[in-house]
Design a protein around this ligand. Structure first.
Ligand code: FES
Length: 69
């Protein structure tokens, strides 16, 4: 079982909890503070800090409310 949990935020980012590394298309890792318990990955496309969420989903009209049940 993985120690990583990905939470789908309603109308927001994917919040990734656990020890993860985010690699760009050239194979380089984005810097993430070692003591950071979670990161938020943008899925609306509006962030100015992609691949990370910067809160822009709140004002761009992004809609996402998938459920697993
Ligand atoms: S999901 Fe937050 S800025 Fe895109």
């Amino acid at each position: 079982m993985s120690d990583v949990v990905i939470r789908c935020r309603q109308h927001g980012p994917f919040v990734v909890e656990g020890p993860v590394t985010v690699i760009d298309h050239e194979g380089n890792a984005f810097p993430i503070a070692a003591d950071k318990p979670a990161i938020a990955l943008c899925r609306c496309g509006a962030s100015q800090n992609r691949p990370f969420c910067d809160g822009s989903h709140k004002s761009c009209g992004f809609q996402a409310a998938e459920t697993a049940g």
